[in-house]
Design a protein around this ligand. Structure first.
Ligand code: SF4
Length: 513
């Protein structure tokens, strides 16, 4: 993962772009009318993500502090994601049977996951009958080698792909680049992240942590656009004109999969830009990378998930494109690579297997107060936010040992999850695992032990609370808001109540039998 924007020069321009595509900041005629000059405004630098130091645990709080120290980025990130959460709520209130849909979706996933071998074999049989070539990959390395083999057989030099978290999980882009195969992302947000040499920060909106000015800078350095023009229409057109020729001449197309339908042997991909259809339909060869947990039994089940997915993700009734791929085009090839990469191990984890129900809607991220204020890159992992806290430790419990502590355990993630994963309970369960396996930092462990002793003695607890309330009322401000109090760094502590709940209860109800 990138630790910052770093110095970039004209060598980053794609060799096929050339002067004709506007190097040196030439503006496009058709976007000119909408262009907006930024020169008068000082730009706030985009905060970088978590610093990965070998095998040391990712320090999310350190990266979160840096994100919050960039007030413009932090504010807009929070507002954008809260807006998605509010839109999701409005959609939910428009569907009286919303809770029944969630229950049904959760039960369908549970049914499929507890009979995974049966449904995967059914999918395989039907996919093969449809003319799809099927591959099984036990891990990321095998997945990457299988795709490379297909690319080599077709002597392809360029592969276009739509957004796929699984390929991020497999380190696919970096791997293919070392093999001399050029990858072009067709999703706009993902393409921005690719050009900036950064991982996606969110499963649905990969560049949501970037401001328009950040995108203008990335495009200026990599596509030769005008650095002072951050008009979205201009930037989108600039990107389209730069990338379309590359897409049209690619030899291989790749997509992820939102769902694998066992009874039809078909693959379903949901996008809002139609970019999966470009990847699947322009090159003669279509490769689908899919985690084994994506299988659902029937087409009828699909309707349940389609009603939930986009409403939960973006607060829109449906994705613009819900594409069904059932077999190769005439004269073409279609491959599906089914990837395990730790999923069957997770299926055997009693407390954590239901995380495999996830349909990657991102709703738990949009609602999470920690995620909204710290940005997805602060988690230093493929999966960020609440779902990331329970998935990432299954890959590497040491490296991601601190992530489960980046949560307030308020339960909002669980409340919005369309497949009813008990996310906050699993976060708490991971904390217990980290404590038992000595992966908890010493300081935190000592503080937890002290808190445990205090909470176990009600009389002592009440004295401590009364003393803290009194201290908050009378201490000078600098004694409360200083470097030692990390809770007070980004927010004011609430004013102490005139009376504790315990005192109120004793006064009002204490005498009752
Ligand atoms: S855990 Fe639930 S809310 Fe979070 S991304 Fe997955 S399906 Fe969506």
């Amino acid at each position: 993962m990138s630790e910052g924007n770093g110095a970039r020069d004209s060598k980053m321009l794609h060799p096929e772009l050339g002067d004709a595509n506007g190097q040196g900041g030439a503006k496009l005629q058709h976007a000119e009318g909408a262009s907006k000059n930024l020169q008068s405004r000082r730009r706030e630098a985009q905060p970088s993500g978590a610093v990965i130091r070998g095998d040391r645990p990712v320090d999310q709080s350190e990266a979160a502090n840096r994100f919050m120290a960039a007030p413009e980025h932090a504010k807009i990130h929070d507002e954008r994601l809260w807006d998605l959460r509010e839109k999701r709520d409005r959609q939910m209130h428009g569907i009286p049977e919303w809770e029944e849909l969630r229950t049904l979706a959760s039960e369908i996933k549970e049914h499929a996951l507890t009979r995974l071998d049966h449904y995967l074999e059914l999918f395989e049989r039907n996919a093969l009958a449809n003319g799809i070539q099927l591959h099984w990959a036990k891990d990321a390395a095998e997945h990457n080698q299988i795709v490379l083999g297909i690319v080599r057989r077709h002597d392809a030099k360029r592969l276009i792909k739509s957004k796929s978290m699984l390929t991020e999980e497999c380190g696919f882009r970096e791997f293919m680049q070392t093999e001399g195969v050029e990858i072009i992302e067709t999703d706009l947000g993902e393409r921005i992240q690719q050009l900036d040499d950064e991982a996606p920060s969110h499963v649905v909106v990969p560049a949501v942590h970037k401001l328009r000015g950040d995108v203008a800078q990335v495009f200026a350095k990599t596509l030769g656009s005008d650095e002072d023009n951050d008009d979205p229409a201009y930037l989108a057109e600039r990107q389209r004109e730069a990338t379309r020729p590359l897409i049209l001449s690619a030899g291989i197309g790749m997509t992820g999969a939102n769902f694998l339908v066992a009874e039809s042997g078909g693959v379903v991909v949901c996008t809002n830009e139609g970019n999966a259809d470009l990847s699947a339909n322009i090159p003669p060869v279509h490769i689908v990378s899919a985690g084994i947990e994506k299988v659902i039994p029937r087409l009828d089940d699909l309707a349940v998930f389609i009603r939930l997915l986009s409403r939960s993700a973006l607060g829109s009734p449906i994705t613009q494109y819900t594409s069904h791929f059932r077999g190769p085009r005439l004269g073409g090839e279609m491959h599906v690579v089914l990837v395990d990469n730790g999923r069957s191990t997770r299926l055997g984890m009693e407390k954590f297997w239901t995380s495999l129900k996830c349909i990657r809607c991102g709703a738990c991220m949009n609602t999470c107060p920690v995620f909204r204020r710290s940005g997805g890159l602060s988690y230093g992992a493929t999966y960020a936010g609440p779902i990331g806290m329970i998935i990432n430790p299954t890959f590497d419990p040491h490296k991601y040992s601190r992530l489960p502590f980046s949560s307030t355990l308020n339960g909002s993630c669980t409340n919005v999850c369309p497949v009813k994963i008990n996310i906050h309970e699993q976060i708490a369960a991971w904390r217990q695992v980290m404590s038992e396996t000595h992966e908890m930092p010493m300081m935190k462990k000592a503080m937890m032990a002290a808190a445990g002793r205090l909470l176990a003695q009600p009389a002592l607890y009440r004295v401590a609370i009364a003393a803290a309330d009194s201290a908050l009322k009378h201490l000078p401000r600098f004694a409360v808001y200083n470097r030692l109090n990390s809770w007070g760094r980004q927010r004011e502590l609430p004013a102490p109540p005139a009376e504790t709940f315990h005192a109120w209860y004793k006064r009002n109800r204490g005498a009752r039998k």
